[in-house]
Structure formats: structure tokens, C-alpha cells
Design a protein around this ligand. Structure first.
Ligand code: ADP
Ligand code: MG
Length: 375
């Protein structure tokens, strides 16, 4: 695979005889359960795989098991059930744990865990003691260049900014050419104004080096910006494993729908293949097959409002977000929906509005599985 190519597009070239082979699987979790206390699993029955060169994000709220999954992959945590395969080698199963140092995984911890008494170059060289000194020095130089740390090699960690410390941690992990790089909330210790820049830098670095990686985050925007595929965890369970686009447009559970962006849930009823709701009729796009009583998930990007004197829906709130205005619309039933409007479309509170809904994100869930409309 050429450098910088988006690995998400796995399609073979049309008409050509040279099919791009599917990237090989580097890591596979099969029904993995981990528990710190017997009978209280921190992750339960988790299965996913990571392809060579891919960036996978583990996404979910605090306490959902992201770090535990990463620790199990690194070999710090044994599994209670299931198997972990790294480069087609079984590395974890109940009663068996290949130790971390024999897994060739790279770790970037939340606090970077740099050696405070070692200079930048020594930190990067730390895992390379097995190499002859000329090769070690060359590898350190390559890493310094890759992470834009040339000129900083003689500094100590406390003489660096947060962003520079993170680059040292990355350089140290990448220097060992890991089969998979594991990053646990790598931006959580950076100033918010640094996060966007570091995110872009990391993204470019992972692409340039073709590094297979798993990045843990609770921030869906971060996951969407960086990941080829996203695994959404909730309460120790994997709720969906797919591309960022599929996770956003066709969430497989109400939890995922709500976690990855603003989502409203409006009651509806399926009749003759269509779902009718208080704000209109929509096609049953996803081919929902359950009971006719449904909740329809709608995203604000699909709801457009037009002031209209005789309509019963009213603007009840407006949040100015710079690039958009997010309106909260009260419906006669008491349900609410949100509408994303251009930042220049400013209407007073109380304005009666007509709703125009473009049904690209109308995903249907059984009514008893979805949160209430105001959740
Ligand atoms: P996340 O990284 O998504 O915030 P964790 O994997 O750290 O979640 O935690 C998952 C669950 O396991 C939580 O309920 C947490 O309280 C529990 N847990 C994590 N580490 C330990 C530990 N060392 N001992 C006992 N329970 C733990
Ligand atoms: Mg964590």
C-alpha cells in the first residue's frame, strides 16, 4: 500500500487484473472478557480485528472498558474468556499470557511516562539497546526527524512542552517498530488549543509510517478525524464496529446514535413500508423489521427550519456555535428536535417554524429500546 493512501477504500480497481490484496489482519480479539473482580467483567465478549496500517479508535464514555481492552492487548491484563491473536500468534487465552516484552506492541500512555532523568535522545533509544550503537544512533535520528524533534535531543523531559513530550513518547514507541501502536487518550494532557494541531500531526505520522494503531478516546470528533474504523464500547460491551461514516449515519443502537452526535428520537408508526411521525412521513430506509411502534432518530443537520406564521412548532432555544446556529424546536406534542442552521440565520425565540426534514439519517429503533425523546 502506497504511503498516505486512505486504507478505508478497499475496493479493487475496475477492470484491472491486479487486485489490491486485502491488508492482512495484525490483531484479532475473539470474544474477550477481562475482569478485575470475579463476576464483574470490565469488558465482555469483545471481538474485533485490526488490519495492517489501519488506525482503529476505541470510543466510549469513561469507565466503559477502553483502557482495559488496551491493557489486555498489551499483555498487562489476562483474559477470563476468549483469545487474542497478534500476527496470527495466540498471545492471550485463559491460563496463558505471552508477556508484554514478547508482543512487540508500542505504548503511549496518557501521561507519556517518559524517563525524567534521561535526555530526549536517550528516552528514544531506550528500547534499542539490542542494536549496535551506529544503528541505534541512526534510528534515533530517523525518529527525531519524523517527530520534528531535531534540536531537542539533549533536553530533559521537564524542559519540553506537553506537545513535545508527547512527540518523544511517540518517537520512543515507534523506534521499536511495533507491530501495533497503542495510544491511551493521547491528547488528554494537552492544552485544548494544542489538541487539534497534535491530532493532525499524529494522523499524518501514522499514515506516513504505515503504522497499525489503536487509539483510545472518549471524544467522537477525535475518533472520526483519525480512525479508519471505530469500535464503540458501552458498559464493557462492543456496540458497533464500523467506519466513522457508518457509525454516524447508521448507528446500530440508540446508545451509539446519541454518543456520536446530537440525536433526537421522535415516536413513529410503520404503515405500508413508511414511518409516519409528528414531523412527517419517512421511508423505512434501513429496512427495519421490528414492531411497528418505533423511535425515529433524526440528526440536526437534516432538519431545516423556515419561519412560518401558521405552524405549531416553535423555536425554544438557540445556541450560537460559530459556524452554525443550533436551534431547539418545541413540537405541539411536547417533543423536541434540533435544527442546524447557517450561522447567519438568526430568528427570535418563540418564532413559529415549518420543519423541512431531509431523511438521510432517519434510523429506526424499536420504541422500547430507544431513549425517551428528551433524553
Ligand atoms: P475506560 O478506560 O473506558 O475509562 P477502564 O478500562 O479503565 O475504562 O475501566 C473499566 C471498568 O473497570 C470500570 O468499571 C473501572 O472502574 C474498572 N477498573 C479499571 N481498572 C481497575 C482496577 N485496577 N481494579 C478494579 N477495577 C478496575
Ligand atoms: Mg481509560
Amino acid at each position: 500500500m502506497s504511503q498516505g493512501q486512505r486504507k478505508r477504500t478497499g475496493a479493487a480497481p475496475a477492470g484491472g487484473q491486479t487486485r489490491t490484496p486485502e491488508p492482512r489482519t495484525v490483531l484479532e480479539l475473539r470474544k474477550v472478557t477481562c475482569a478485575y473482580e470475579a463476576g464483574r467483567p470490565a469488558i465482555l465478549d469483545i471481538s474485533f480485528s485490526v488490519r495492517e496500517g489501519e488506525t482503529l479508535c476505541l470510543l466510549g464514555p469513561s469507565g466503559c472498558g477502553k483502557t482495559t481492552a488496551l491493557r489486555a492487548i498489551a499483555g498487562f491484563e489476562p483474559v477470563v474468556t476468549g483469545e487474542i491473536h497478534l500476527e496470527s500468534r495466540l498471545v492471550s487465552t485463559p491460563g496463558m499470557l505471552v508477556p508484554t516484552e514478547r508482543r512487540r506492541v508500542g505504548m503511549v500512555f496518557q501521561d507519556y511516562a517518559l524517563f525524567p532523568h534521561l535526555r530526549v535522545a536517550e528516552n528514544i533509544a531506550f528500547g534499542l539497546r539490542h542494536l549496535p550503537s551506529d544503528q541505534r544512533a541512526a534510528q534515533v535520528q530517523t525518529m527525531l526527524a519524523l517527530t520534528s524533534l531535531r534540536g531537542f535531543e539533549r533536553r530533559y523531559p521537564h524542559e519540553l512542552s506537553g506537545g513535545q513530550q508527547q512527540r518523544v513518547a511517540l518517537a520512543r514507541a515507534l523506534a521499536q517498530k511495533p507491530v501495533v501502536l497503542l495510544l491511551d487518550e493521547p491528547f488528554s494532557n494537552l492544552d485544548p488549543d494544542m489538541t487539534g494541531k497534535m491530532r493532525e500531526e499524529l494522523h499524518a505520522l501514522l499514515r506516513r509510517t504505515g503504522t497499525t494503531s489503536i487509539l483510545v478516546t472518549h471524544d467522537h470528533e477525535e475518533a472520526f478525524a483519525i480512525a479508519d474504523r471505530v469500535a464503540v464500547l458501552n458498559n464493557g460491551r462492543l456496540e458497533q464496529f464500523d467506519t466513522p461514516e457508518a457509525i454516524y449515519h447508521t448507528p446500530s443502537t440508540p446508545f451509539v446514535a446519541d454518543f456520536v452526535g446530537q440525536a433526537d428520537f421522535i415516536p413513529g408508526t410503520i404503515q405500508n413500508g413508511k414511518v409516519s411521525t409528528e414531523i412527517g412521513e419517512f421511508p423505512n430506509q434501513g429496512g427495519y423489521q421490528g414492531s411497528p411502534s418505533v423511535m425515529v432518530m433524526i440528526r440536526p443537520d437534516d432538519v431545516h427550519i423556515v419561519p412560518s406564521a401558521h405552524c405549531p412548532a416553535r423555536i425554544v432555544a438557540r445556541q450560537f456555535r460559530g459556524s452554525e446556529n443550533l436551534y431547539t424546536i418545541g413540537l405541539p406534542s411536547g417533543h423536541i428536535v434540533h435544527s442546524s442552521e447557517a450561522s447567519t440565520n438568526v430568528y427570535p425565540l418563540g418564532t413559529p417554524v415549518e420543519l423541512q426534514v431531509i431523511a438521510t439519517h432517519t434510523v429506526l429503533f424499536a420504541r422500547d429500546s430507544a431513549p425517551g425523546p428528551d433524553a
